[in-house]
Design a protein around this ligand. Structure first.
Ligand SMILES: NC(=O)c1ccc[n+]([C@@H]2O[C@H](COP(=O)([O-])OP(=O)(O)OC[C@H]3O[C@@H](n4cnc5c(N)ncnc54)[C@H](OP(=O)(O)O)[C@@H]3O)[C@@H](O)[C@H]2O)c1
Length: 314
């Protein structure tokens, strides 16, 4: 358990995952410390050291990162590798030097090899070539995971890496330049409903299979692992709930109340046929997801309608 004497820091508390971790902690009556980017840019080593020296957190959730979709990754590779390396290095190193007991680093399933055997096991990392479109992001994340392991081996620091699959939910990014598949589809169907468009054209055949995890479920898994896992290395945090893009698209039309037609543009590429993680290590520890995809999408759409997909101000 995270004890009453613990001081918990959530880095990236305004983000989708970080804000869900804050909610999960508050639900357990743990009140985490947070700091806005304006007060402490995590790429600034001096600012990070000053913050850690002042607050002395005992447990750190590192959910701050530069995150984006294919276009952003493709056009801003330099920013992705520089900012992520700096954030991770500053936070992991300050946490160790300034007395934290434990740190959870958020990795990502997209750092596994492009042609990894499915479902992807933790030990497939670095066994094959990576997806070229997000190479700078993936290399930075692999460096962060390696840094956690190296600090554990050399200094005995209890740091480890959690590997989520496709996360969606409250606080998701709806920016058309940066959004992932779920938020992109939600905005598309919402706008088609408002404009009473007779048809939504979806890309490809809809056959690819994806694993989705609701941000609140992922946050619950992160808090569970902070309390129950100390082995280091990587641990996959997926749901093993697979859905085809076609079924997801149809479900999205239902959830948003869109009543027009969905047609499939077969001239557009499908992408990887199947991407799913092997989650038996996490599930064997006693954690299971609580949210069905339908329930997760309904919760996310309610939040989207309330906020227009905008996060609260910093
Ligand atoms: N979303 C997914 O599907 C997914 C999948 C797998 C893994 N992950 C991992 O989960 C973690 C969180 O992702 P997310 O989806 O929650 O991302 P997100 O919504 O974009 O949130 C990222 C957070 O990091 C903060 N941040 C970025 N640069 C910063 C800086 N220089 N100084 C201070 N704060 C900074 C942002 O602050 P501002 O609010 O000020 O911008 C934001 O709060 C990431 O490590 C990501 O790789 C996400």
């Amino acid at each position: 358990m995270i004890g009453t004497d613990a001081k918990v820091f959530v880095a990236g508390h305004r983000g989708m995952v970080g804000s869900a971790i804050v909610r999960a902690l508050l639900a357990r009556s743990v009140h985490p410390v947070t700091i806005s980017r304006g007060e402490c840019d995590l790429t600034d080593r001096e600012a990070v050291d000053t913050f850690f020296a002042r607050e002395r957190p005992t447990h750190v959730f590192l959910a701050a990162a530069k995150v984006g979709g294919i276009l952003a990754n493709d056009t801003q590779g330099a920013d992705f590798i520089r900012e992520n390396l700096m954030i991770q290095t500053n936070v992991i190193d300050a946490a160790y030097r300034l007395g934290a007991q434990k740190l959870l680093f958020l990795g990502s399933s997209c750092i596994y090899p492009k042609h990894a055997e499915q479902p992807m096991r933790e030990d497939c990392l670095l066994t094959g070539p990576l997806e070229p479109t997000n190479l700078p992001y993936a290399i930075a994340k692999i460096a962060g995971a390696t840094m956690c392991d190296a600090y554990r081996r050399q200094y005995g620091f209890d740091a480890f890496t959690v590997m989520p699959s496709n996360v969606y939910g409250i606080g998701d990014n709806f920016d058309p330049q940066a959004s992932h598949v779920v938020a992109g589809l939600m905005r598309r169907f919402h706008e088609a409903k408002l404009k009473a468009e007779p048809e939504v054209v979806a890309w490809g055949s809809g056959s690819p299979m994806r694993e989705l995890v609701d941000a609140d479920d992922l946050a619950d898994a992160c808090v569970f692992l902070m309390e129950n896992y100390s082995e280091g290395g990587l641990i996959n945090a997926g749901t093993s709930q697979e859905i085809s893009i076609k079924a997801l698209t149809e479900l999205m039309a239902e959830v948003t109340g869109y009543e027009g037609r969905i047609t499939w543009d077969l001239s557009k590429p499908d992408g990887t046929p199947r991407k799913i993680m092997e989650n038996s290590r996490l599930h064997a520890l006693g954690w299971q997801p609580k949210t069905t995809i339908r329930a997760g999408l309904e919760k996310m759409y309610a939040w989207f309608q309330e906020t227009d997909g905008k996060r609260p101000a910093a």
